[in-house]
Write a protein that binds this ligand. Structure first.
Ligand code: ADP
Length: 447
């Protein structure tokens, strides 16, 4: 096992990794930007090193500075968390050439799955169903028109380098395709420096269901069942749960098998997620692989009882997974609400600022993963996630009741948060009856 690792991230996920390390007896080196200086979670690390100014491009995304901090901190490995450098295969490569362990898959596996268009090709080779669409990248608007005619409208234009719902545009017909094409490629170029676009059929009112996978360096790759992340706004997840309501057992099993097959084909180890959309007839289609720990990982931890972050660190150190697939049993129902510093009354605009007072909920079946404390100033420079409220109960109905109770107990004063929107979703009949697809929140807000 490692003696000391560096956490190349911030906020709640940095704290999550610190907690796992403390339990493993591993020392931690945290990094911070000037905007995060003095953040309370940094005190829980054994050492904290400043890597630059507030702007992520000048600090958390600076490979040279992160590697220097790792050298100064004298660590054996780096945990990248999610976002920032976590899916940057070049960074994983630099770690390797500096003889620093990378707590994640190999750069080669990352490359195979990182580009969405290549991941689609890999899925097809592995016999995993993909959404009907273009064979590869689409080079011009004229080609887009041709492909869309074959695929059938509506179509979805997607950035191959995409993430966080950016660079995605729906086109209902040929007339709309021209402007969708311009917008998607411009957005992809601006956000990712890569204008590559591919086309998928737009699946009407799908569910988003993803499979958590976990593998070691000795060839074992397992799944930890599924998470349903259909409760989204503008392609951004708000609520995640496991198991996925209304998913037939046979479909669930096929999806899990497909995810493991794909991970094997990619030579993948560590934790990862294979994402699918499921149509109204329960057909499932691969959409992408996230080669890192995800925000919503606690949902799978609660139902399986497996600490994914500790497992990631152990397998990165070369340990064998002491589990077989039949040891991984999902028990009960878990739900996670993302608590963002955003104002739902004003179109979810970010709401950074000082938290005057906070009361964290507790009690049976409640987990609150958050780096926020009273007096903490949410900086405006990064994503607005300030915490994740997770509940675990024997049934979905009980989990919903516990979540409502916990959300009402949670007090955050000084800034606006997404708590009211979660309460609205949880009170909604369609949510209770599991009639949720990825358009549900938008329809609820419109109505
Ligand atoms: P990103 O990496 O930007 O998050 P994804 O490919 O994971 O993009 O898709 C994000 C969300 O967009 C999905 O959860 C789903 O709601 C929606 N989506 C993706 N592909 C399709 C599709 N072909 N049809 C309908 N909705 C889709």
């Amino acid at each position: 096992m490692f003696n000391r690792i560096l956490i190349a991230n911030r906020g709640e996920i940095a704290l999550r990794v610190i907690r796992a390390c403390r339990e493993l007896g591993v020392e931690t080196v945290a990094i911070f930007s000037e905007a995060d200086r003095g953040a309370p979670y940094l005190e829980l690390a054994d050492e904290a090193i400043c890597v630059g100014p507030a702007r992520a491009a000048d600090s958390y995304l600076r490979i040279d500075r992160v590697i220097s901090a790792a050298e100064i901190g004298n660590v054996q490995a780096i945990h990248p968390g999610y976002g920032f450098l976590s899916e940057n295969s070049h960074f994983a490569e630099v770690c390797r050439s500096c003889d620093i362990g990378f707590i994640g898959p190999t750069p080669e596996a990352m490359e195979r799955v990182g580009d969405k268009n290549s991941a689609r090709a890999l899925a097809r080779e592995a016999g995993v169903p993909t959404v009907p669409g273009s064979d590869g990248l689409v080079a011009s608007e004229q080609e887009a028109v041709r492909v869309a005619k074959d695929v059938g409208y509506p179509v979805l234009l997607k950035a191959t380098a995409g993430g966080g719902g950016k660079g995605m545009r729906v086109a209902a017909n040929e007339l709309a395709l021209a402007s969708a094409w311009q917008q998607a490629s411009a957005e992809a170029q601006a956000a990712f420096g890569n204008p590559g676009i591919y086309i998928e059929r737009y699946v009407e009112r799908p569910r988003h269901v993803e499979i958590q996978i976990l593998g070691d360096k000795h060839g074992t790759i397992l799944h930890l069942w599924e998470r349903d992340c259909s409760t989204q706004r503008r392609h951004q997840k708000l609520i995640e749960e496991s198991p996925s309501p209304r998913l037939p057992d046979e479909t669930r099993q096929k999806m899990c098998d497909a995810a493991v097959r794909l991970a094997k084909a990619a030579g993948y180890y560590s934790a990862g997620t294979v994402e699918f959309i499921v149509d109204q007839q329960d057909n499932f289609y691969f959409i992408e692989i996230n080669a890192r720990i995800q925000v919503e990982h606690p949902v799978s931890e609660m139902v399986t009882g497996i600490d994914l972050v500790k497992a990631q660190i152990r397998v990165a150190a070369g340990e064998k997974l002491e589990l077989t697939q039949k040891d991984i049993v999902a028990r009960g129902h878990a739900i996670e609400c993302r608590i963002n510093a955003e104002d739902p009354a004003h179109n979810f605009r970010p709401c950074p600022g000082r938290i005057e007072r906070i009361i964290a909920p507790g009690g049976f079946g409640v987990r609150f993963d958050s780096h926020a404390t009273a007096g903490y100033i949410v900086p405006p420079h990064y994503d607005s996630l300030i915490g994740k409220l997770i509940v675990h109960q024997p049934t979905r109905q009980e989990a919903i009741r516990t979540m409502i109770r916990a959300l009402k107990e949670l007090r955050i004063e000084g800034i606006k948060t997404t708590v009211p929107i979660h309460l609205e979703v949880l009170a909604n009949t369609a949510f209770h009856e599991s009639q949720v697809d990825t358009t549900f929140v938008e329809r609820m807000l419109a109505g």
